[in-house]
Design a protein around this ligand. Structure first.
Ligand SMILES: [Zn+2]
Length: 404
């Protein structure tokens, strides 16, 4: 969806139904966990933005706004995609009359300290930032929750990197700490979501915003309330009683890692079957592990159950799943789309490794704001994996043999 927010989120209904559900690079970089951008100037782009209408009869006056960062895309018509120093993306159309001036010879993302200060200033009183090696967890849900999230993120980060470095040799290093904003209550989360995401993700349990590059969550691991007095160990105990809480955190964190380690590109054409299938592959809670999450690629029994339910009533529809994201956006078809995407992704990742890795490498090369047609998406898929009808057949047989 060009020039607009693009987000991954999950409706409460979908989640309830379908979720019963390191650092080698660090050492190679001489102790720097973050890689700075190549030589690109820091620019200030001023542009016209529609202001608030003064009355229903008068068109809104335009006001001048500005953003500082680096140019990611310069469209032939004069439109721009600018990345600010926090990693946020700003699509500016030619109609907004952007004017660019260079203000420093080199763009640098905000340092961990600068980002920490910017988050505190943005979110205000009541929020604390808990830094870990690769993350900044900004929360008003208390130290225990912040620390619990941070540990889970780091565990995922290490596992994710270990998993992919064998298969994708040039994993990128994020340019700055990855940001998570975690609210104490769902009400606060929803108010933030409305302003941040324009209400697009509905009754979400969490989301990753490709626009801001942040994941946004709330404490769903325990009783209502900020839980300030709880320690990370107590939060952990609660989370183990609610595996959905762990699955949501991991799911959104996988989206964020995928877009920050070069597997996928923000604002590029990323088919939902792939993005969601990838996140679901990793999300499976492991209640035997102390943290509630350990094993990558463990058979996701709740997703398998959903898939079996679907497969018992109709044949798979891989082509429509791949061609567009419509089935994921429509609440009436989303549950089935997620189940099919999980099964397809699991099958390809487990049995078609070489083909999968080639498909993934091509996906990672896709450029921002270049959108594929449905036919192109199907052609890309079939070039990698063969005819969709053959994949459907093989997938059906493979899944029939899986047992939890
Ligand atoms: Zn997702």
């Amino acid at each position: 969806m060009p020039w607009s927010q693009y987000q991954f989120g999950h409706t409460l209904r979908v989640l309830r139904e379908i979720v019963a559900c390191l650092c080698v690079l660090f050492l190679c970089l001489g102790g720097r966990p973050f890689l700075h951008a190549a030589d690109e100037p820091l620019v200030r782009v001023t542009y016209q933005s529609p202001g608030q209408p003064t009355s229903p009869d008068t068109p809104p006056l335009h006001e001048e706004k500005a953003v500082e960062g680096r140019i990611r895309v310069q469209a032939v018509d004069g439109g721009l995609l600018v990345e600010d120093r926090q990693g946020g993306l700003w699509p500016i159309t030619a109609g907004q009359s952007p004017v660019t001036e260079t203000i420093a010879p080199q763009y640098t993302p905000l340092s961990a300290e600068e980002l920490n200060a910017a988050l505190k200033a943005e979110l205000g009183e009541g929020f604390e930032v808990f830094p870990t090696t690769h993350y900044l967890v900004c929360t008003n849900a208390g130290r225990g929750y912040g620390e619990w999230c941070g540990r889970l993120f780091e565990r995922l980060h290490a596992g994710f990197q270990r998993f992919w470095k064998r298969r994708i040799p040039n994993l990128e290093v994020p340019a700055q700490p990855l940001v998570a904003i975690a609210f104490a209550t769902q009400k606060e989360f929803q108010a933030f979501q409305l302003a941040d995401a324009g209400g697009q993700v509905g009754a979400a349990q969490g989301y990753f915003s490709a626009r801001t590059n942040r994941m946004v969550l709330f404490n769903q691991s325990g009783e209502a309330g900020p839980g300030r007095a709880l320690t990370a160990a107590q939060i952990q105990k609660q989370a183990l009683r609610n595996p959905m809480a762990i699955a949501t955190v991991i799911h959104e964190a996988v989206h964020q890692l995928s877009f920050n380690m070069g597997l996928q590109t923000r604002y590029a054409d990323n088919p939902a079957w792939f993005s969601e299938g990838l996140a679901m592959y990793f999300e499976t809670p492991d209640l035997e592990a102390q943290s509630g999450w350990r094993t990558i690629g463990k058979l996701n029994t709740s997703r398998l159950g959903q898939y079996r339910k679907l497969a018992s009533v109709r044949p798979l529809e891989i082509r429509s799943l791949i061609a567009t994201d419509d089935r994921f956006r429509d609440p009436a078809s989303a549950v089935d789309a997620y189940a099919e995407a999980w099964a397809l992704h699991y099958y390809l990742l487990e049995t078609q490794k070489e083909k999968y890795d080639n498909y993934l490498k091509n996906l990672g090369k896709k450029q921002p704001l270049q959108w594929n047609t449905p036919d192109q998406r199907v052609a890309d898929f079939e070039a990698a994996f063969g005819a969709t009808s053959d994949v459907e057949l093989a997938l059906t047989k493979y899944m029939a043999r899986r047992s939890p």
